[in-house]
Design a protein around this ligand. Structure first.
Ligand SMILES: Nc1ncnc2c1ncn2[C@@H]1O[C@H](COP(=O)(O)OP(=O)(O)OP(=O)(O)O)[C@@H](O)[C@H]1O
Length: 240
């Protein structure tokens, strides 16, 4: 489980996150939508402990990520560009990543994870430098499967993916949530957010303007709400 409690962060006196609170429980997918500079990646960076908050807490499974390293064992992060080791093939990348996490995995387990992502068997021995963004992303997701990640942080995972690759991505992420992962995804993609998310947070200027129950919401209403909020910048009631 993932929880932000009153997170605030500033850079050189400029406040970029202001008292942000939300919770993503096991099996739940929450999407963060917001204008450029709203503070979405900063939020992920606080959960990754790449940044320290000025105040507040980022919790994974009840543990503050800034005071314990063990919270990292449960976490997999997929940046917008999953690069991995360009001179390794998919299997060797996953073997290496698993060894860095002290995981003993067989090639059969790696192939089973790659099967779940839909990466074609005939490309798995090709070097990553020949892969498309969608293929590299599948290798990253396979690592989350191998690691049995309880928490998945995704930064703009569908930007630059074609519609079929986006659909494949959506199906794999749905499966990970069904297996119990708590997933926090930053995106500008309304379709992906609307298809995947249980909850959608709309942020601007470091503030959480609203937290919507996505399953109750037609996509056109989501888009209208987003544009109205971003143009008026008025926070409305947060759901829990
Ligand atoms: N390391 C940093 N040093 C100084 N300012 C930063 C740093 N990281 C982010 N910022 C500033 O914090 C604000 C929020 O940035 P952030 O990257 O979190 O926004 P975002 O919502 O992810 O935007 P985008 O949609 O463009 O990726 C921006 O004004 C940005 O310039």
């Amino acid at each position: 489980m993932l929880e932000a409690i009153n997170l605030s962060k500033s850079f050189s006196g400029k406040q970029v996150l202001n008292d942000l609170s939300f919770k993503v429980v096991q099996g739940e997918i929450m999407c963060l939508l917001g204008a450029n500079g709203a503070g979405k990646s900063t939020t992920l960076n606080l959960f990754l402990n790449f940044l320290q908050p000025d105040s507040g807490q980022a919790l994974i499974d009840g543990m503050d990520v800034h005071s314990t390293d063990s919270s990292k064992d449960k976490l997999v992060y997929l940046p917008e560009q999953v690069n991995l080791y360009q001179e390794f093939n998919a299997i060797d990348n996953l073997k290496y990543l698993a060894s860095l996490s002290n995981l003993d995995v067989s090639e059969a387990q790696i192939n089973a994870a790659l099967d779940e992502t839909g990466l074609a068997p005939n490309v798995r021995k090709q070097l990553l430098k020949s892969y498309s963004k969608g293929m590299r992303q599948k290798v990253g997701i396979a690592f989350a499967i191998i690691r049995q990640a309880k928490v998945l942080l995704l930064d703009e995972p569908t930007s630059g993916l074609d519609p079929s690759a986006t659909l494949e991505f959506i199906k794999v992420i749905e499966q990970l949530a069904k297996k119990g992962a708590a997933i926090l995804m930053v995106t500008h993609d309304f379709y992906c957010a609307h298809t995947l998310a249980n909850k959608i947070a709309i942020m601007d200027n470091g503030c959480l303007l609203t937290l919507l129950d996505n399953k109750q919401l037609p996509i056109n209403l989501l888009e209208n709400t987003y544009h109205e909020l971003i143009s008026s910048k008025s926070p409305i009631k947060q759901a829990s």
